[in-house]
Design a protein around this ligand. Structure first.
Ligand SMILES: Cc1cc2nc3c(=O)[nH]c(=O)nc-3n(C[C@H](O)[C@H](O)[C@H](O)COP(=O)(O)OP(=O)(O)OC[C@H]3O[C@@H](n4cnc5c(N)ncnc54)[C@H](O)[C@@H]3O)c2cc1C
Length: 703
C-alpha cells in the first residue's frame, strides 16, 4: 500500500532520468512534439473535440511521469475552448497513474525545461499531491480541466477505478517506461482493465510497437494497427475498441454497489433543478459544487438562518482521523483531508474569505494506549511524513509556542476554521441567479409521481411573532438531503444513524494561553485564540438531542483538558466563561450563548458518512436476499433506489475534513461524471452498505 517517490537524476542536458529504469522521462529536444505526434494527433483529439456533442472528454494514461502529456493535452484543450467558445465540450478529465511519483521539487525542476507550459505547470505543481497512495482529484482552470491521479500500480489503479455503465475513457495514452525496461506493467491484466474502463469507440495510441503490447490489446478486444513512429522510431501502435451489444449494457462493476446517476426528466428544460434540504456545511458545499456544475439550486433550511445545526460552532478543528494501519476508513479520511485543504485554498484564492488558520494540529500522546498507537503508526511509516510527523515534547512546544508536556503527532496541513463563516463563503461563491435560499422551510415529505419529484415543506410564516405555519409544495428534478442530525426523521429512511450531543466551550484567552499557535488534540481539542477566545471541546453524550448549554458539561470539558495536559503549568489557567452578557461577535454561536454551544452530531456505526442514492431498503431486502450465497457479482440485480433523491449526511465529528470530498462524490455521481475515489472507498460510503453487510451475514433476511 505504501509508495515511494521516484529516485531520479538529471543528465547533462537537464533531462530527468529514472534511476530504477535507466530511462529518460522525455527527450528535451522533442518531448512536446513527441507527445503531440504520438498521443494527441494519433488519437485525433482535435478533430474529435470539434465534432463531439459530449460536454466532457476523458483521457486515460499509464505513466504520469513529469505530467508532460497531461500538460500538453490540457494546453490544447484550453486553446480549443478559447477558439470554440460555443462548443458543448467544456471539460477535460485526465485519469493517470504513477507508481513512483516525482517529488514536487523534482517535478518543478523537470518542468522548467518547458517554459511554454509554465502557466499550466505552475498550476499543477501548486496542487501536486504528496506520495499518498490512491486517487487524488485536482481541479484546474475553473474546473475546465480535472486531473485524477492514481498514485500506485497502474493495473491496481485501473481495477479499483469506478466507471459508470457507459465506461469512463474516450482516448488512451499508453505511456510509461518501455516494455523492455518495465515488463511488469504491460501485462494482460492491465489491458483487460483498460477495456473495462473504455467507452464504446475508445481509441488508444502508444509509442511502443512491442509484440506483448500488440497481443495484449488485441486479446482485450482492441483493433491494433501499426503506424510510423515519432522521429527516428520505426513504428508505434494505434487502435480502437468497438463494444458488442452485450458489452455495451453489461455493468462495469458489481451491480450491488451501483452508483445511480440522476435521470433527466422529460420536462427538464435547459438546466437541471436540484433542491438541497439542509443548511450546514454539507448543504452549502454541495450547493456551490452543483452551481459550478451548471445546475440551478434551491436550498431549503428548517432553521431561520443557515448554519444553526452542528455547523454553527464558532471554530472547529481541521484534521483527519488516521490509524496505525491504512484501513479503508483512514484512507477516506486522509484523501478527504488533502482534498478539503485544496478546496478551501481554492475558495480563499477566489476571494471568498472565511475565518480560519492553517496553523497545524498537534495530536498529543495523552495516555499509554495512544502513545503506542502513534508509535506504531510512525514505525510502520503508514502515512507520508508530509501528512504526519512525530514530535518530541520540546519540538511540540516550539510548534505550539507554549509548553507541551508529551510527545505527539504533528499534522502541518491542519488547523481550524469557522463552519458558519465557511457556509457563508460557499453561499457567496455560489450566489447568483441560479441559487435560491429558503429558510424556515422544514421538509415533511417527498413524493415521486409521474416523473416529477415533489417536496412538501412546513414553512414558518413568521416564527418569532406568529408561530403559525403553512404547507408549501414545490418540485425539483433532483433532491439532495443534507439534514445532519435530523436525517433520522426523514420518511422511509432506514439507516442506523447515531445521534450524539456535543458541547464546546468558548473560553476567554489570557496571558498563559494566548501564545498557543496550533490546534491541540487529545480526547478533545483546543484552538488558538480567535477574537480573544479559544474553542475547547467537546463532550459526547449518546442519544441526547437537547441542545441547551449545560454547566455540568462545561466542567467535564475543563477537567478533560486539565487531565490530558497535566504537566503543562498553563493548563491550570484554563477558565470557563461564566459571563452571559457578552456579545462581541457576529457568529451564531455567540448570538446564542457566549459561554459555548451544544449541537448534535450525526454519525453511523462505522464512523463514515453516507453519500449516494436514497435506498429503498424494503425492496432491496428482497432483491438482495440471497447475498449470503456469495454468487458471482452479476447474479444480483442493481438495488432499487428512490429515483433522483440523494443523501449526503453522517459527517459525524469530522465534517470539516470530509464534507468537500463527499460533496464532490455526490455531485459527480448525479452528473454522471467520473468519481473522485476508488471503488473500495466508494463502497464504504454507500447508502446500502449496512443492509449489504446484514444480508451477507444472513441478518435481516426476508423469509
Ligand atoms: C460539539 C461539536 C463539535 C464539533 N467539532 C468538530 C471539529 O472540531 N471538527 C470537525 O471537522 N467537525 C466537528 N464537528 C462535526 C461537524 O460540526 C459536523 O460534522 C458538520 O457540521 C455536519 O454538517 P451537516 O451540514 O451535515 O449538518 P448540520 O450542520 O447539522 O446541518 C443540518 C442542516 O439541515 C437542516 N435540516 C434538518 N432537517 C431538515 C428538514 N427536514 N428540512 C429542512 N432542513 C432541515 C438543519 O436546519 C441544518 O441547517 C463537531 C460537532 C459538534 C456537535
Amino acid at each position: 500500500m505504501k509508495i515511494s517517490n521516484a529516485s531520479i537524476n538529471f543528465n547533462e542536458s537537464g533531462t530527468p532520468v529514472a534511476s530504477a529504469f535507466d530511462d529518460v522521462y522525455f527527450s528535451n529536444e522533442s518531448g512536446i512534439h513527441e507527445t503531440q505526434f504520438v498521443f494527441i494527433d494519433s488519437n485525433h483529439l482535435n478533430e474529435r473535440w470539434l465534432k463531439t456533442t459530449q460536454s466532457s472528454f476523458h483521457i486515460g494514461e499509464t505513466g504520469f511521469g513529469t505530467g508532460l502529456n497531461f500538460l500538453v493535452a490540457a494546453q490544447q484543450f484550453m486553446s480549443f475552448r478559447k477558439n470554440n467558445p460555443t462548443s458543448p465540450l467544456n471539460q477535460l478529465y485526465f485519469f493517470s497513474t504513477e507508481k513512483f511519483p516525482l517529488t514536487a521539487l523534482d517535478l518543478r525542476k523537470a518542468l522548467t525545461l518547458w517554459p511554454e507550459l509554465s502557466i499550466l505547470s505552475d498550476a499543477l505543481i501548486k496542487q501536486y499531491p504528496m506520495a499518498l497512495p490512491g486517487l487524488h482529484r485536482i481541479h484546474l482552470f475553473d474546473n475546465q480541466v480535472i486531473l485524477d491521479l492514481w498514485l500506485g500500480d497502474a493495473t491496481e489503479g485501473f481495477s479499483h477505478a469506478h466507471a459508470h455503465n457507459e465506461g469512463r475513457i474516450d482516448a488512451w495514452f499508453l505511456d510509461g517506461f518501455a516494455p523492455s525496461k518495465n515488463d511488469s506493467m504491460w501485462q494482460p491484466a492491465l489491458f483487460n482493465q483498460i477495456k473495462r474502463l473504455s467507452k464504446n469507440h475508445a481509441t488508444f495510441a502508444t509509442f511502443t510497437a512491442a509484440g506483448a503490447v500488440k497481443r495484449g490489446l488485441r486479446d482485450a478486444g482492441f483493433t491494433v494497427d501499426k503506424q510510423k513512429g515519432f522521429g527516428k522510431k520505426r513504428e508505434m501502435l494505434i487502435g480502437n475498441l468497438t463494444l458488442t451489444e452485450d458489452e455495451k449494457i453489461s455493468p462495469r462493476q458489481a451491480p450491488i454497489n451501483h452508483r445511480h446517476t440522476s435521470i433527466s426528466m422529460p420536462h427538464t428544460s435547459t438546466k437541471q433543478h436540484v433542491a438541497i434540504v439542509g443548511g450546514g456545511i454539507a448543504a452549502a458545499i454541495c450547493a456551490l459544487k452543483l452551481i459550478r456544475a451548471g445546475k440551478k439550486v434551491s436550498l431549503y433550511c428548517a432553521d431561520d438562518k443557515l448554519a444553526q445545526g452542528a455547523s454553527g460552532n464558532e471554530q472547529g478543528g481541521f484534521y483527519p482521523q488516521l490509524n496505525a494501519e491504512a484501513g479503508i476508513a483512514s484512507q477516506i479520511h486522509a484523501h478527504s483531508f488533502l482534498y478539503a485543504r485544496q478546496f478551501y485554498e481554492q475558495l480563499l484564492s477566489e476571494g471568498h474569505f472565511f475565518e480560519h488558520q492553517w496553523c497545524g494540529v498537534l495530536q498529543l500522546c495523552f495516555n499509554e494506549n495512544v502513545t503506542s498507537r502513534y508509535q506504531n503508526m510512525m514505525r510502520n511509516q503508514t502515512w507520508p511524513q508530509a501528512l504526519v510527523e512525530w514530535l518530541e515534547p520540546e519540538q511540540a512546544s516550539t510548534i505550539a509556542n507554549i509548553q507541551i508536556p508529551t510527545p505527539g503527532l504533528h499534522l502541518p496541513l491542519g488547523g481550524w476554521l469557522s463552519p458558519p463563516s465557511l457556509v457563508e463563503a460557499c453561499i457567496n461563491a455560489a450566489g447568483g441567479d441560479d441559487l435560491s435560499i429558503y429558510v424556515s422551510h422544514r421538509l415533511q415529505n417527498i413524493v415521486t409521481a409521474e416523473n416529477k419529484t415533489q417536496l412538501i415543506f412546513t414553512c414558518a410564516k413568521n416564527s418569532a411573532i406568529n408561530p403559525a405555519s403553512e404547507n408549501i409544495k414545490t418540485e425539483a428534478d433532483v433532491v439532495v438531503l443534507a439534514c445532519g442530525a435530523e436525517s433520522h426523521l426523514l420518511q422511509d429512511l432506514d439507516l442506523p444513524f447515531r445521534m450524539t450531543r456535543g458541547q464546546v466551550e468558548r473560553i476567554p484567552s489570557n496571558s498563559s494561553i494566548s501564545p498557543l499557535s496550533t490546534v491541540l488534540c487529545h480526547k478533545g481539542y483546543m484552538t488558538p485564540a480567535h477574537q480573544n477566545h479559544h474553542a475547547m471541546g467537546s463532550t459526547y453524550v449518546k442519544n441526547d438531542l437537547n441542545t441547551e448549554y449545560r454547566e455540568s458539561e462545561a466542567e467535564l470539558n475543563l477537567n478533560m483538558h486539565q487531565q490530558a495536559l497535566d504537566g503543562a503549568s498553563w493548563s491550570h489557567d484554563l477558565v470557563l466563561n461564566k459571563s452571559l452578557n457578552e456579545s462581541n461577535s457576529n457568529h451564531a454561536a455567540v448570538d446564542n450563548d457566549p459561554r459555548g454551544r451544544a449541537a448534535i452530531r450525526c454519525s453511523l456505526p462505522d464512523h463514515l458518512p453516507v453519500v449516494g442514492a436514497f435506498p429503498l431498503v424494503e425492496t432491496q431486502k428482497v432483491e438482495l436476499n440471497e447475498l449470503y450465497k456469495a454468487k458471482a457479482d452479476n447474479y444480483y440485480p442493481t438495488p432499487s433506489v428512490q429515483p433522483n433523491v440523494y443523501l449526503l449526511t453522517g459527517l459525524g465529528s469530522r465534517g470539516l475534513t470530509t464534507a468537500p470530498l463527499m460533496a464532490e462524490i455526490l455531485v459527480s455521481q448525479l452528473c454522471s461524471a467520473p468519481l473522485p475515489l476508488d471503488k473500495r472507498l466508494l463502497n464504504a460510503l454507500n447508502t446500502n452498505r449496512f443492509l449489504i453487510r446484514d444480508l451477507i451475514r444472513r441478518h435481516n433476511l426476508v423469509t
